[in-house]
Write a protein that binds this ligand. Structure first.
Ligand SMILES: Nc1ncnc2c1ncn2[C@@H]1O[C@H](COP(=O)(O)OP(=O)(O)OP(=O)(O)O)[C@@H](O)[C@H]1O
Ligand SMILES: [Mg+2]
Length: 261
């Protein structure tokens, strides 16, 4: 029996992509043949990944598989060595991070949350790409979505619980009115109870039609996913629906340490 907090177990194992990519025409975010790394060290190799409008996509992989590196490439913190990235049909891989945010690529980073500032000031910082006149309306939406944050709006983020801090990070990313919300391990540092809460809150966000791309090692987040990519050694080793992942014996064994169905 797996619990929500089950962290993926990993054994070295190779498998092939089980399903073809969806057609490029439905894609909101689309990566083709992406290669990237640090200096002369290449980490990502020929990664193609697609997120359709309104879709939830989970990026799984063991420590060091390249998940964060891929998200850095998407957000513009790391230049590509090869390949391309499109958002809403436009090439974004040569744009600055703020330009990508403006076009709809919202990124949730915990490092981007300032513990000494209030909840509200953190949210305001997230709105840096918005026209001034739009800020109050978007903040109202975020507070409607996360009433807890409204209650604590004048409190320093450092005084919140881990789960609430996570919501501030999500709320801050939502302040730029993204089309796709990209998240790196939202479960990091959370107890199972808070993981459950954060998943439930993100499910609300999804209901509103926002696309999600979540890098995770915690299978609780499968609940938010239509499709899954598994990275290994910087390459896509599996891509398919959640049910294809669950029905794939090799993946079950490699990721969940489970035998037969
Ligand atoms: N700033 C960096 N400079 C050099 N190498 C790096 C840097 N960041 C990551 N790497 C290397 O890139 C590879 C992929 O790391 P990455 O952080 O993308 O993995 P990850 O899948 O996010 O792992 P985790 O689950 O531990 O967060 C690793 O071999 C790592 O050592
Ligand atoms: Mg990482």
């Amino acid at each position: 029996m797996r619990t929500l907090s089950t962290t993926l177990r990993w054994c070295r194992c190779f498998w092939v992509a089980s399903e073809p990519s969806p057609t490029a025409t439905d894609d909101l975010l689309s990566l083709e043949g992406v290669g990237a790394g640090y200096g002369t060290m290449q980490v990502l190799w020929d990664v193609s990944l697609h997120v359709a409008d309104g879709e939830g996509v989970l990026l799984l992989g063991a420590n060091g598989a390249g998940k964060t590196t891929l998200l850095k490439a998407i957000s513009g913190l790391l230049p590509l060595k090869s390949g391309s990235i499109q958002l809403g049909g436009a090439r974004i891989d040569r744009l600055r991070t703020d330009q990508r945010v403006k076009l709809g690529a919202g990124v949730m980073t915990e490092q981007g949350v300032f513990p000494t500032l209030s909840v509200e000031d953190n949210l305001l910082l997230g709105a840096y790409t918005l026209p001034r006149a739009a800020v109050a309306g978007v903040m109202k939406d975020v507070y409607q979505l996360f009433p807890e944050l409204h209650e604590r709006r004048h409190d320093a983020v450092g005084s919140l619980s881990g789960g609430q801090r996570k919501l501030v990070a999500v709320g801050k990313a939502l302040m730029c009115r993204p089309q796709v919300l990209v998240m790196d391990e939202p479960s990091a540092g959370l107890s199972p109870r808070y993981v459950k809460e954060v998943v439930a809150q993100l499910a609300e966000v999804r209901q509103r039609g926002l696309s999600l791309l979540i890098a995770e090692q915690n299978i609780a987040f499968l609940e938010l996913a239509d499709r899954v990519y598994v990275l290994e050694g910087g390459r896509v080793r599996f891509e398919g629906t959640v049910s294809a992942l669950e029905g794939n014996q090799e993946v079950r064994e490699a990721f969940f340490g489970l035998g037969g169905p």
